[in-house]
Design a protein around this ligand. Structure first.
Ligand code: MG
Length: 299
């Protein structure tokens, strides 16, 4: 028999330039209606999401609901991976990548109706680095280094044009990386500008995405090598990436990992995972297929 649901909402009131605090009001309303079978945990600025998720699981949550932007949603998903606890999403950010990828309503009232009403679930894949789990993208290369300098203040100041500035930085800072590694059992040995390891195809800015073949719930991760040794090839690979040209003549090499990705680079380079600095190469990543069960609209 199914045990009764206990919903544990983790709210980031600082998400999405005011959207987080608005969503918080909606969630409070909903929790009042639900009564004792729901609880709200509001995050402090910069607080560790994993601890909040663990608190929810400890209190017996059947569903942990992330209320916030991509950072909050990714943090909750990572902490829930492999626990068997279901995840819900109330999008309150600016990009809302996972919600878009899974066709989850983008308004808080509709997302709450979905969570409380009839719904389906889909199991999304996760990527494990050391003992942490990520659900969007891992980026290796000088672009990842440029991303380090991208502060929230800069994002607010420049909006989407910050990505154009970033592209320019990547172009100017270009230096090729010698890459050796293993994607499952396949050896790679190549010269690249960047490597993108993607579970989700959507990028933070629509309508761009990393290719229509990338799905969060297909049980594998795509490894995209941007091959080439010159600034012109970086530009070509970037354009191929944004225009979805993965066929012949493309400067992108596209590999699939179902189990493990091991990558060494010469020189060592920065690893960014789900938008935050993780460390430096070598990278050793394990694929966790179907690790997080997420509430989605019924088919
Ligand atoms: Mg996938």
């Amino acid at each position: 028999m199914l045990r009764p649901r206990f919903l544990f909402f983790i709210v980031n009131p600082y998400a999405g330039v005011g959207r987080g605090s608005l969503a918080q009001l909606r969630v409070r309303e909903a929790v009042r209606r639900i009564g004792p079978d729901a609880e709200i945990r509001v995050l402090h600025r910069g607080e560790d999401i994993t601890a909040a998720v663990e608190q929810g699981i400890y209190q017996g949550a059947t569903d942990v609901i992330a209320v916030g932007g991509d950072g909050t949603v990714g943090g909750v998903a990572g902490a829930l991976a492999g626990t068997g606890t279901t995840m819900g999403i109330v999008p309150a950010g600016t990009a809302n990548m996972l919600a878009q990828e899974l066709n989850i309503p983008l308004s808080a009232p509709s997302a709450l109706r979905l969570i409380l009403g009839p719904h389906a679930t889909r199991c999304i894949d996760a990527m494990e680095l050391d003992d942490r789990r990520f659900v969007y993208q891992i980026v290796l290369g000088p672009g990842a280094e440029a991303l380090i300098h991208l502060t929230p203040e800069l994002k607010v100041l420049f909006g989407r044009s910050v990505y154009a500035l970033l592209g320019l930085r990547m172009f100017m800072d270009f230096r090729p990386l010698r890459v050796k590694g293993l994607i499952d059992d396949e050896e790679i040995d190549s010269r690249v500008s960047h490597i993108i390891i993607a579970n989700a195809g959507i990028l933070g800015f629509r309508p761009f995405r990393l290719g229509s073949g990338i799905h969060v719930d297909d049980g594998h991760i795509e490894v995209i090598l941007m091959e080439g040794q010159s600034r012109a090839s970086v530009l070509a690979a970037g354009l191929d990436l944004l225009s979805g040209n993965y066929g012949t003549g493309s400067s992108l090499r596209y590999l699939i990992a179902r189990k493990n990705v091991y990558i060494e680079t010469e020189p060592p380079t920065i690893i960014k995972a789900d938008g935050e600095f993780f460390g430096h190469t070598p990278l050793d990543m394990t694929v966790l297929p179907g690790a997080v069960r997420v509430i989605v609209p019924p088919r």
